[in-house]
Every structure is written in C-alpha cells, then in structure tokens.
Design a protein around this ligand. Structure first.
Ligand code: GLN
Length: 308
C-alpha cells in the first residue's frame, strides 16, 4: 500500500478543520501552541516510518503517558491492580469527580485521570520497594519503548500544571480519603504531572506504541515489555476507554484502539500491522484532538485497516 499517498490525501482533506476547536488552556503552558499544527506518522514492524506535516514537531503527550504507566503497573501487579482501578468506560469527562465519590474512590479505568493517579501511586510504592524512583523509571520505560534516549520531561508544562492542577489534586484527595492512595497526595500528583509533561513527536510515539501492535514485544528490537495477554488487555481498554466520554464514538468512527491526550496527540494501534500517531492541538468538546480524530477516521476508511 502507498502510505505516503494516503497520508498526503488525509493532509489535504483535513485542511478545513485546522484551527477549529480549542487548545487546552486550563494548563496555561499548553495555550501557547499554534493551534493550526497537524502531523501524522505511522511506523511498521520493519521500523519504516511514513510521516506528514508536523510529524517531527515535539508536543506534550499528556494522557497518552497513561498507556505507558499502566503497562508498567500491570507488569508489576498483574490482576491485583484491578482491586484499585476498574476496567469499564466511565462515560464521564476525563477529570470528573462525581462518579468517584459514589463509587468510593475506585476509578472506573486507568485511562481517566483518577485511574492514572492510582496507577502512579502503585508505581511509587512498587519502585520504592525496589529502591527506584517512579518518575525516573516511567521516563526510562518510555525511552525503551521508543528506543530513543533523548525523550524528556518539559519543566515548563510540569510547573504550569502543578500551579493550576486543582481538579486533579481534588481527585487525589478524594481517593486518599477513601483509602485508595498509599502515598502522600503531593508525591503522587507530582509524579502524575511529570509523566503528563513528557514531550515527544508523532514519529517517536508511533515507534513507541509498536509493542502493543505485536503482543507486547517490540518487533524491531525483539524486547518483550509485557505478555501477549496483557497487551490484549491494554488494547481492549484503549478501544473502550481511550477517549473518555467519546470512547464509543472513537471506536465507532475509527475502529481501532487509541489513546488521546489534551496536548493534541492521539496514538492508535493496528494489531499485527503498525502503530500510528497524530498531532493537532485544537480539541473537540471531549478534550480529544479534533483534526486528529478525523485524520484517523480517514486513515482506516481509506486503507480498510481497522480491527473490524
Ligand atoms: N495532564 C492532563 C490533566 O490531568 C491530562 C489530561 C488529558 O490529557 N486528557 O488534566
């Protein structure tokens, strides 16, 4: 298949959408980006990468980091993790407090903020027991998946979110009051905001997600990050919960597992074939990249590559 032609075609078709939607200005550092940017990259199991537009432009991965932290926590705790975080779609916005109160501090899934905060808490405990630091290990893992040691945190975005993260701090306090956080709220929130601040581009992200397209094993280096059955679970959760209260709509229109972030990125996996990343910072009302979602829909429609 001529992937360059497909990406070119998508780039043309999404032009009228660029600039529609709103950047995530509740994190002031993210409000500064040019909202008309668009980039898309796919990486195949041979390592071949096809990209278009701003596919090498670095951006804040935000909630896409939840895929990496969940992978680490699943590897460490296996089934036991599900006593603290569920695996059902929430049907609520990514930072909603409401459900968390009546479900007694157990978040619906690891891809909403509350779930990712519990995952961070579990990683702090796990790595401390092994004399490691959760923030460093999460970054290290992201570098391993991408096979790229240059990836880093963005201190500007981290500080900006620390100063304005009222809702996330409220979520963490609520869960602490229900006994679902074992570490200090400050430490957990710091770890969570650090992982959200990681900066990557579409090329790096599509490379990093390949392990999920190949049963947990990086097809290029041969390294096994998680078991095939765990990779299946992560893909399933990306399909059902990767886009918050728009997860059903994403599954309906795109038809592959994906995970979005308020930085404007979306990663998606086509099992046994490739991983994809798209970036366009203007978001729809659910906090998912507006042009990015459309680009992925066009991709699966034009290529016939969906899981269904
Ligand atoms: N750091 C963001 C937050 O916690 C991540 C949310 C997102 O990407 N949807 O609000």
């Amino acid at each position: 298949m001529d992937f360059s032609a497909v990406l070119n075609n998508i780039h043309k078709q999404i032009q009228p959408l660029l600039g529609q939607g709103k950047v995530a200005d509740y994190i002031p550092a993210l409000a500064e980006v040019d909202k008309k940017q668009f980039g898309m990259a796919i990486t195949l199991n041979t390592g071949e990468c096809y990209g278009i537009g701003d596919y090498q432009h670095p951006f804040s991965v935000q909630s896409i980091s939840k895929v990496f932290s969940f992978t680490l926590a699943l590897r460490a705790y296996r089934q036991a993790l599900y006593t603290r975080v569920g695996r059902e779609p929430s049907g609520d916005p990514f930072n909603s407090l409401v459900q968390l109160e009546y479900e007694q501090g157990i978040p619906r899934n690891p891809f909403i903020n509350a779930g990712a905060i519990v995952v961070c808490d579990s990683l702090i405990s796990h790595f401390r027991d092994h004399k490691y630091n959760a923030q460093k290990e999460t970054l290290h893992f992201i570098r391993e998946c991408s096979n790229d040691d240059t990836i880093n945190f963005d201190n500007n975005v981290f500080t900006s979110e620390m100063q304005h993260g009222y809702l996330n701090i409220a979520l963490a306090n609520l869960m602490k009051s229900f006994g679902n956080l074992n570490n200090d709220v400050d430490e957990v929130i710091t770890t969570y905001f650090q992982q959200c601040s990681v900066v990557m581009n579409c090329q790096q992200l599509s490379r990093a997600m390949l392990y999920l397209a190949y049963h947990g094993r990086d097809p290029i280096t041969g390294r096994e990050f998680i078991s095939g059955s765990q990779a299946k679970r992560i893909n399933s959760l990306m399909l059902t919960c990767g886009h918050y209260d728009a997860s059903g709509d994403f599954a309906f229109s795109v038809g592959i597992p994906g995970k979005s972030g308020v930085g404007g990125g979306i990663v998606a996996v086509i099992p046994g074939k490739m991983a994809i990343a798209v970036y366009s910072p203007a978001l729809n009302k659910n906090g998912n990249s507006l042009a990015g979602t459309k680009a992925l829909e066009l991709f699966t429609t034009m290529t016939g590559l969906s899981i269904f």
